[in-house]
Design a protein around this ligand. Structure first.
Ligand code: PLP
Length: 404
């Protein structure tokens, strides 16, 4: 008889967001008159920029003519897109990254999940705690961890890197050996960013220990302060130890359109293997790719018109973040993040547990947020609010919270 991959059974009960959706649906059914404000799910809400739509329409028309029709896209992505990314996202920031180190995909989530396949099953993964769940889940399913413990909220065989109020949400170097180190900055969920000199410490550590850093820069476009690296390759020596994940989702509203890329430098070698050559053989997005129409849409993000429109929308989301963050602080709440990211990480009042505060906020203010504990044990006592809604809703939410 076929035996299933038993590692899937190690994953705890329900996925965070399906648990939230159930609670919200039950509340709405009981209170049909309440207008619920959703500051929970990490998804954008505003339409694609006109310059992006124009490029997509044009690409759609090209697909309708034999002379301009495109079939399977090149495995690594179209050169027109990789070239503009290499120039605008990296070379302009002083990072020596070329088009043949960029792999276009249908999103960073798939790449974040698949990247672990390049490494042996006995590699030890280290993850920030709290963090975006994909890194840990993909390593669990691959069989790189032991069992989950309900009481601690942790898996055996994983190195947790706590990001707490005490360390300013910046993890300390691992005390145990770690091979695959996942870093996400600006961070989801804490909203906090890392300074270049602090990231350099991780790059030096990885080079000394032969570890590989998997740097998720999905929120790079939200960085507003100087001294915060947009790419890990701004750090010296990163090309021999780091892979970077990027996404058009939060930057340009592509959560439903799907486009991302992964940077695997040619200098990144472990044993005799070139990780760049290995990633060229990857599963997943290699076979799905990103469609021509979508890659043209991605190219338009870098046009003068497109980048201006995209930046304007990011500016509006960041203004929502500022409004929520400053409003909550003025009302006496302790808040973090929201300056270089669209996330506000608030401390729950009166030492409430994250899920307790979730219920409190939903039942008394009709607001949906995300319990910090859902992102890892160190997220307990915190709560994530997102700035992806409209300004009106951000203000309305703030007024409701103030009345609690
Ligand atoms: C939203 C998000 C992504 C984006 O994933 P896509 O698959 O490109 O939509 C990646 N990493 C983090 C940390 C995110 O929050």
């Amino acid at each position: 008889m076929t035996r299933v991959n038993e590692n899937y059974a190690k994953l705890p009960g329900s996925y965070l967001f399906s648990g939230i959706a159930k609670k919200v649906a039950a509340f709405q059914a009981a209170h049909p008159e309440t207008e619920i404000i959703r500051l929970g799910i990490g998804d954008v809400t505003q339409p694609l920029a006109p310059a992006i739509l124009k490029a997509m329409h044009q690409a759609v028309d090209e697909m309708g003519h034999a002379e301009t029709f495109r079939g399977y896209a090149p495995e690594q992505g179209y050169l027109f897109l990789r070239d503009v990314i290499a120039r605008e996202d990296f070379q302009k920031r002083g990072c020596d990254i070329s088009a043949d180190e960029i792999f276009i995909s249908d999103g960073a989530k798939c790449d974040a999940g698949n990247i672990q396949e390049l490494f042996s099953l006995d590699s030890v993964a280290a993850v920030c705690d709290p963090v975006y769940p994909v890194y840990l889940d993909s390593n669990v399913m691959a069989g790189r961890t032991g069992q989950y413990h309900e009481d601690t909220g942790k898996f055996d065989g994983v190195v947790y890197l706590p990001c707490t109020e005490a360390n300013g949400f910046l993890p300390e170097l691992p005390k145990e050996p770690a091979d695959l180190i996942y870093l996400c900055f600006p961070n989801n969920p804490t909203g906090e960013a890392i300074k270049k000199e602090d990231l350099q410490i991780w790059v030096d550590y990885a080079n000394q220990n032969g570890s590989v850093l998997l740097f998720d820069a999905a929120y790079e476009a939200y960085i507003t302060e100087d001294g915060i690296p947009h790419s890990i390759y701004e750090c010296e020596g990163a090309k021999t130890c780091a892979i970077e994940l990027r996404s058009f989702s939060k930057k340009a509203g592509f959560t439903g359109t799907r486009l991302g890329f992964t940077v695997v430098p040619k200098e990144l070698i472990r044993g005799n293997a070139s990780l760049n050559a290995m990633w060229a053989r990857r599963q997943g997005s290699k076979y799905n790719g990103a469609p021509y129409i979508i890659q043209r849409a991605g190219e338009a993000v870098y046009s003068p018109e497109g980048s201006r429109q995209v930046e304007e929308q990011i500016g509006r989301y960041l203004f929502n973040a500022k409004t929520i963050r400053e409003g909550l602080a003025a009302a006496g709440y302790t808040v973090y993040g929201g300056v270089n990211s669209p996330y506000i990480w608030m401390k729950t009042p009166g030492n409430m547990k994250s899920w307790e505060f979730f219920d409190h906020l939903l039942e008394n203010a009709g607001i949906v947020g995300t319990p910090g504990a859902g992102f890892g044990p160190s997220g307990e006592g915190f709560f994530r609010l997102t700035a992806f809604g409209t300004y009106e809703n951000s203000l309305k939410a703030l007024e409701r919270i103030k009345k609690l």
